[in-house]
Design a protein around this ligand. Structure first.
Ligand SMILES: Cc1ncc(COP(=O)(O)O)c(C=O)c1O
Length: 398
């Protein structure tokens, strides 16, 4: 029997049960964080890929940092009134996910402190887990991390980085306020801790003004910032970016080289081609018009069908709404025992989104990947069964 490395932990995130129902045509799944298939600019990307393939350089190795003209376009896209970025500050990655892995690989020795929002993105924990950090959870408020909890943590523990999803957070949909962005940067500077900003949903704002990114407010080189084409163009392309000061970017590029040599030349060229021919902001605006209708359909249905003892977030963008059930309910047990078999509805239960406290009474719902009628009927089924469950004392121990 081969013994795996000590860092490999058994995985039980509650999602395997959902796969058992994946082929059931009655299943309505709010679980995956997928963009909507019908919104991919498929014809435009096909043209861009064809154009790239006319140049044999697209089939050749290129560079670990990634195609410079594409980096320049990304730099222009993420520049704002506070800061102008350039191509040399950017490393192209295999999705934002690779940026999570590379950053942890660069910074974390076994046992080192890593602060995460509670709840947080499961995929980030999967990436960080391999480096065996000690996690510290910081609870979330409507306007982002509770900075008094964060400050106490930084005062009492040695921390390598603070992982935050400041815009339309996964899983809660919450956004870090401008005041807290400034305060977070001050804390990072005072305690000399890196902030890992992960913001793949940043452009998916349905109302209000965009807030400056932490990277654009950072004047002391304390931020490593991640972005991605996954949610604004297509996740199948597997292309994201990492922005950092040279002292981080250079070793991160070396790590990328050791990891996968470079991102796909063909994909980088095709995206570059697409961005030359099309205004991505027009495409993003089209997606946002569709997604806001889906989000409002879900919010209205939640208002109508959920029992009063279940609260939920009201985001202004992104992919997710987060439900909080009464504290004694375990959303994973509920999913397995009742919701999947009886309501044929799937969601992500919260236990594995809290690496320390494993709080089990939360539910993440995605609204981007289904049509409006399906969202409405899925929430209706979920609400009906939750109402019944929460009335019955026999389910109190779930
Ligand atoms: C917060 C967050 N970070 C990173 C990722 C990974 O995205 P990518 O497809 O760019 O690797 C996701 C994907 O769902 C995410 O929600």
């Amino acid at each position: 029997m081969v013994k795996f490395a000590d860092r490999i932990q058994p995985c039980d995130n509650g999602l395997s049960d959902i796969f058992a129902y994946a082929n059931d045509p009655a299943l309505i799944s709010f679980a995956a964080g997928y963009p909507n298939n019908h919104l991919f600019p498929q014809n435009e990307l096909q043209t861009a890929f064809n154009a790239s393939l006319t140049d044999s350089a697209s089939l050749q190795y290129s560079s670990a940092a990634g195609l410079k003209s594409l980096r320049a376009k990304i730099a222009a896209h993420i520049s704002d009134t506070k800061r102008t970025f350039n191509a040399d500050q950017i490393l192209l990655t295999q999705g934002a996910q690779q940026g999570l892995d590379l950053t942890a690989k660069l910074l974390v020795n076994p046992g080192d402190g890593v602060v995460v929002e509670a709840p947080t993105y499961l995929g980030a924990l999967s990436a960080f887990d391999a480096y065996q950090p000690t996690y510290y959870e910081v609870s979330l408020q409507d306007d982002g991390m509770d900075l008094s909890v964060l400050q106490k943590t930084l005062m009492t523990h040695s921390v390598k980085f603070i992982y935050t999803i400041p815009d339309f957070q996964n899983p809660t949909g919450s956004t870090l306020s401008l005041a807290k962005r400034h305060a977070l940067l001050q804390l990072a500077e005072r305690y000399d801790v890196i902030i890992l900003e992960d913001s793949p949903y940043r452009d998916l704002r349905f109302s209000g003004d965009s807030l400056p990114s932490l990277a654009s407010l950072d004047t002391t080189d304390h931020v490593i910032s991640l972005g991605s084409f996954s949610k604004i163009l297509s996740p199948g392309l597997r292309l994201g970016w990492l922005v950092a000061a040279p002292q981080f970017l250079q070793p991160l590029t070396e790590l990328k080289l050791g990891n996968d040599v470079q991102s796909s030349t063909l994909v980088m060229n095709a995206i570059d081609q697409y961005l030359t021919e099309h205004d991505i902001n027009t495409h993003i605006a089209k997606m946002n018009r569709a997604y806001v209708v889906k989000m409002n359909t879900m919010l209205n249905a939640l208002d109508r069908y959920l029992p009063a003892t279940v609260s939920f977030t009201k985001p202004t963008g992104g992919f997710f709404i987060y439900l909080t059930l009464p504290a004694e309910i375990d959303a994973n047990q509920l999913l397995k025992q009742v919701i999947l078999p009886e309501a044929k509805v799937a969601y992500v239960p919260s236990g594995s989104l809290f690496p320390v406290s494993h709080q089990a009474n939360g539910i993440r719902l995605n609204f981007t990947n289904l049509d409006n009628d399906t969202i409405e009927s899925g929430v209706k089924r979920l609400g009906k069964i939750l109402t019944a469950v929460l009335r019955q004392p026999k389910y109190a121990k779930l």
